[in-house]
Structures are given as structure tokens and as C-alpha cells.
Design a protein around this ligand. Structure first.
Ligand code: ADP
Ligand code: ZN
Ligand code: MG
Length: 489
């Protein structure tokens, strides 16, 4: 693998990647019937004759689904087509009771967009063009057990958008970067949860390599393969990397890459051939006779445009400019819109930007990870948290103590003041009290005192550490430092 990467770095072959992403739209009900969507419901409880494909039933388009698709398309700089057409994609599979999927084919909802990413050469703002976004319904879900396969039709008819890029991505890292930014936008706009584990976001990269060096005819791509079954961004990156080196080996041995669909095997970290790639003819597409063309008015587009939130790139830029924080921190804080909102609410309550920023990007995010909480599930309000900052700022507790108190506030729902009182965590700022502890420490470590006096003044932090330990972190570190320096002189 390393050798292949090396060759790639020398640009002896050009890597071309195009991405197809299916995103589940955050509607309450399905795309063509009124069945609710709820992944927690038992199998086959959320179905009706329409989504089960009974003869004689008729689909009716869910307006909210169209609205969400338009939201996504606008956020991705696409042109919304005035008229788009639903089409039948015919294939035979047990998870598809109708025998066809309603999708959009020749006339998709939106075209010609782009998304800006950081390119793998480090340049900012590389455009990945978006070829099309179309609406379609999901199929059911097959559950494979030891010697049987079960079908859950709850997912039949759940609304999806498919977002297809031009082949503008040129490395595994860029593929991941594109997906990261895309997911962020879908979450910001409230179009999709972005949850890959639940299958709300599914990514299928298409990969080809061209042995000709860069610069020569860009269109001269090699034969592409498509990878399915990638359940995380990490898997996408690994899968693409694996596929590039597999294709290089094939070409080097004088063989040809076949146009196939591959499955990613997460356990063995390799791709496996699933089937020969079906071509469009295999699906016998034709316009859906049960649905009229989808007509979208300019006014509606405008209305939707007006409700779009501030998008991540703009928010990050604003945070850097207004709050003067590092780009690195701004990116962390803007990862989720609700996290960014929380941060800004806190800043309204506590003017110490440095403290709030370091706490949010540090302890706060660590706690969310540790407890596997999303920001939506986090119940401590900014107001309550700001009270903890008040205690730090007026010197009642140290930052270290705050680190201990914070998880307890979250766990017990008790206020910072109450916890600090009850556990006796108030900072020791009494000089006499501190002096007593410091003297004890010096008596306990005569050798270090001797070395300090011979010039090894870095030992000061050792003494401070000992004092903090003796006081369970409650000593005021600034005062300890002052008193120590004086006593050791
Ligand atoms: P299909 O449904 O057959 O997979 P689509 O046209 O919907 O075809 O999607 C094809 C995807 O493959 C697009 O994202 C496109 O950018 C990408 N693609 C096209 N040609 C190449 C190529 N030579 N190498 C890599 N990706 C490609
Ligand atoms: Zn239904
Ligand atoms: Mg494809």
C-alpha cells in the first residue's frame, strides 16, 4: 500500500472520484403516503397499501419533502428546475414491493451546484461541482439471519435526496472532506440528521485512475468502480484508498479495470465484487404515469431561501472575526449549529470569551463525547453553566475545580454554587492558611529546596504541584506561586 501511495504522490497516475450521497429527509411522513417515519417502531408497523405497492393505489407527493430537497439544493448553490419529472426505475428485488422505485431521472429537481472544500494540496475553497440533486423513495430493509432473510417494509417510501457530484474529487482525503462539509450543511439546514450508523446518510464513491500524468486531457478518465456499504467517513476514506491501490495493481499487471459495483468489507478492510455494474437500460426508466410533473414556483423558492440559516462556512468566518478566536476553535464550535448557538448564548451571559471558548472546546466537548450525548440531549442550560463561570471569575473556585464540578452539575442537576458549598471546594485564598501548607511541603522536601537554592528554579512548579495536591486543587495557584517564591528566597 505504501509503495502505491508513493507512486501516487509522484503523480504517475491521476485519481478521479465522484460521489453519490443518499440523504434521508427529515419529514414526519413518507414521500408518497401518510405513513409516519420512525426508526424505533417494530418492523412492518408503518405501512399502507401505497407504500406496500398494492395495485390500484396512487402516490401523492409530500410537500415538506420537496421543500427540504429545495433547501438542500439552495444551500448547495444549485439551480432549482421549474419543472422536474418523477420516473420509474424498474428492478426486481425483495425489498421493493412495487417492482419499481419512484425517482427522478432525466429531469431532476436541481442541477449545477457546488460545494467548497479544503483541497488535499492545502488550497482553500476548492469547488466540487454538484451535477444533480433528485428526490426518490427508499426501499425496504432486508435483515439477514442465520438461515433466513426477513423484510421490514417500514423504510419503503421514506423520502431521500440523491446528491451526485461531478468527478472533481482527487484523493481519499478530499472524499472525506467533501462528505464532512456536506453532512454539516445538511444538518444545519435541518434536511437530514446525517447519522450514518442509522443509514440516514449513505455514501457511494465512484473511483477511477488514469495512468496519464496530470495536465493531459482531463476527460480521459479510466474505467470507474463504485463502492457501497460504507458506514462511516473513515470507511469511505479507507475504501477509496484501498480501491486506488487495487486498480493500480490491476493496471500494472496488464489487466483492465472492470466497471463493477463493490462492497466494502469493514472487517477485512477490502472491497469485494458485488455485481457487474448495471447500466441505465437495465432499469427501463420511464416517466411515472401516476404523478404529474413537479412544478416549483419562483415565489416558493424565494420563500424557502429566506428561511435558510447561516451556513457553517459563514458562521466560522463570523466567529473568527467577531470573537477573535482561532480558526481551529471556530471550526469545533460550528461543527453543529446547536453547539454554536449554545456558545453564543453563553457569551451573552459571560463576557470572558477566552474562558468560554476554552471551556466549550475542552471540558464541554469531552463530556459530550464521554457520555455519548448530542448537544440536543444535553440538558444543562447556558444560564446554569454561566454560574459556574461566575465562580471562576470572582475567584471562589479555580479552573481545575470547575472541571470537577461541571460533570457533577450535569449529572445531578444541582447548581454550581450548591455543589461548591456542599463539597467545600472553595478556593483557599487565605494567605496564612496557604503559608502553613507551603511550609509543610518545604519541610517534606528538603533535597528539592536545596537544589532550588542552588539555581534549579524550575522546581517551583514541583512545589506548586505538591501544594495543589495537599489542598485537593483548592489552593489559589497564583498566590501559591507568590508565597513560594518569597519563602524560598
Ligand atoms: P450511476 O447511477 O450509474 O452510478 P451516475 O451518473 O448517477 O451513475 O453517477 C456517476 C458518478 O460517478 C458521478 O458522481 C460521477 O461524477 C462519477 N464519475 C463519472 N465518471 C467517473 C470516472 N471516470 N471516475 C470516477 N468517477 C466518475
Ligand atoms: Zn404508506
Ligand atoms: Mg452510481
Amino acid at each position: 500500500m505504501n509503495a502505491d501511495r508513493h507512486r501516487l504522490n509522484k503523480i504517475e497516475c491521476q485519481v478521479t472520484i465522484g460521489m453519490e450521497v443518499h440523504a434521508q429527509l427529515l419529514t414526519q411522513t413518507k414521500l408518497f403516503c401518510g405513513c409516519p417515519i420512525d426508526w424505533k417502531s417494530p418492523p412492518n408497523t408503518l405501512t399502507c397499501p401505497v407504500c406496500l405497492g398494492m395495485p390500484g393505489t396512487l402516490p401523492v407527493v409530500n410537500k415538506r419533502a420537496v421543500e427540504l430537497a429545495i433547501r438542500a439544493a439552495l444551500a448547495l448553490n444549485c439551480k432549482i428546475e421549474k419543472i422536474s419529472i418523477f420516473a420509474r426505475k424498474n428492478y426486481f428485488y425483495p425489498d421493493l414491493p412495487k417492482g419499481y422505485q419512484i425517482t427522478q431521472y432525466e429531469h431532476p429537481l436541481a442541477t449545477d451546484g457546488f460545494l467548497k472544500i479544503n483541497s488535499s494540496t492545502g488550497s482553500f475553497g476548492k469547488k466540487v461541482r454538484i451535477r444533480r440533486i433528485h428526490l426518490e423513495e427508499d426501499a425496504g430493509k432486508l435483515l439477514h439471519e442465520a438461515n433466513k432473510t426477513l423484510i421490514d417494509f417500514n423504510r419503503c417510501g421514506v423520502p431521500l435526496i440523491e446528491i451526485v457530484t461531478e468527478p472533481d474529487i482527487t484523493s481519499p482525503e478530499e472524499a472525506r472532506e467533501y462528505l464532512t462539509i456536506l453532512r454539516q450543511i445538511l444538518k444545519y439546514t435541518g434536511v437530514c440528521t446525517g447519522d450514518m450508523e442509522k443509514g440516514h446518510l449513505r455514501c457511494e464513491p465512484n473511483i477511477s485512475i488514469n495512468p496519464a500524468p496530470f495536465g493531459r486531457c482531463r476527460v480521459n478518465h479510466g474505467v470507474r468502480t463504485e463502492i457501497k456499504n460504507l458506514n462511516s467517513f473513515k470507511a469511505v476514506e479507507d475504501g477509496v484508498r484501498y480501491e486506488i491501490s487495487r486498480q493500480i495493481k490491476i493496471l500494472e499487471s496488464g489487466n483492465k479495470v472492470e466497471h463493477v459495483t463493490l462492497l466494502w468489507d469493514e472487517k477485512y478492510k477490502k472491497t469485494q465484487e458485488m455485481r457487474g455494474k448495471e447500466e441505465a437500460e437495465d432499469y427501463r426508466y420511464f416517466p411515472e404515469p401516476d404523478l404529474p410533473p413537479l412544478v416549483i414556483s419562483k415565489e416558493w423558492i424565494k420563500e424557502i431561501k429566506n428561511t435558510l440559516p447561516e451556513l457553517p462556512a459563514a458562521k466560522i468566518k463570523r466567529f473568527i472575526e467577531i470573537y477573535k478566536i482561532r480558526e481551529y476553535d471556530a471550526k469545533i464550535l460550528c461543527e453543529e449549529p446547536r453547539l454554536a448557538d449554545y456558545y453564543e448564548s453563553l457569551l451573552k451571559l459571560c463576557p470572558d470569551i477566552k474562558l468560554v471558548t476554552s471551556f466549550m472546546t475542552g471540558e464541554f466537548i469531552e463530556l459530550l463525547h464521554e457520555k455519548k450525548l448530542t448537544i440536543e440531549e444535553f440538558t444543562l442550560t447556558p444560564y446554569y453553566l454561566s454560574k459556574l463561570f461566575d465562580l471562576i471569575r470572582d475567584g471562589t473556585i479555580s479552573r481545575n475545580i470547575a472541571r470537577d464540578v461541571f460533570p457533577e452539575m450535569v449529572e445531578t442537576g444541582k447548581s454550581a454554587t450548591e455543589l461548591v458549598e456542599k463539597r467545600g471546594l472553595k478556593q483557599i485564598s487565605g494567605k496564612d492558611e496557604l503559608k502553613k501548607v507551603i511550609k509543610e511541603v518545604l519541610i517534606e522536601h528538603p533535597a528539592e529546596v536545596e537544589r532550588y537554592k542552588c539555581g534549579k528554579t524550575q522546581l517551583i512548579s514541583f512545589f506548586v504541584g505538591q501544594v495543589m495536591k495537599k489542598t485537593q486543587n483548592r489552593a489559589n495557584p497564583k498566590l501559591v506561586n507568590e508565597i513560594l517564591t518569597r519563602l524560598l528566597r
